[in-house]
Design a protein around this ligand. Sequence first.
Ligand code: ZN
Length: 257
Amino acid sequence: MASQSTTLAYFEDMWQTQSHATFIASVLEGTRLALILDRTIFYPQGGGQPADHGWIQDVHQQLKFCVEDVRIRDGVVYHYGLYCKAQEVHEGTDAFSEGQEVCLYVDQDRRVLNSRLHSAGHLLDVCMQNLGLAYLEPGKGHHFLDGPFVEYKGSIPATELESTREGLETEINHLINLGGKVKANIVSYEEASAMCGSKLPSYISKEDKPRIVCLGENFGCPCGGTHVADISCIGKVKVTQIRVKKGVTKVSYCLAM
Ligand SMILES: [Zn+2]
């Protein structure tokens, strides 16, 4: 078993979808095969964002491993999938060997869609503040294609749900039209706190160096996910529903295709 943690290349550059890495080991978990590399551009599922798909090939393009799921445990990234047929498979090349250089290809369409959904979720937080709803504390975000939503601790009165939904939808599309660069920086606790309007979640300790994602000039937010390069790349967003249940406000949204 590999114990050395995987370098998360997407932390530094979240728009790279082709790269190289060194193959470390394979792990068989029941019938599931996972590859471990020294570094990866594949996003492992987490933080409300689904895993990347794609493939891993040897430099001579004789052997291809299709990546169908990616997870991270104890700092090690597991690329789940299976070896699929390359054009010409020669004998003795049915699996990567330790120390071999491999090429990584992330499915770009899927990554772009996941990034648009994730950035839209963050931008909804900004809109909530702009609409005077900053008293609602951001909670869980689910940026999957199948029913994305953001949750907040606290409630909106039932009579204001529809006007808030309309207001949010107008505000988010206004901000998307304005555009603005998206940046992710790994910074000190003090810098992070300043970037996030002195509102850092309690799970971040003073010794941490969190990664802060900022959409344009708006307040940032600690996040390990991937985002669009510019707010305008999110495209049109529909706020489909706002529901309040047990003191939690759930804002559902989708990308208008
Ligand atoms: Zn995030």
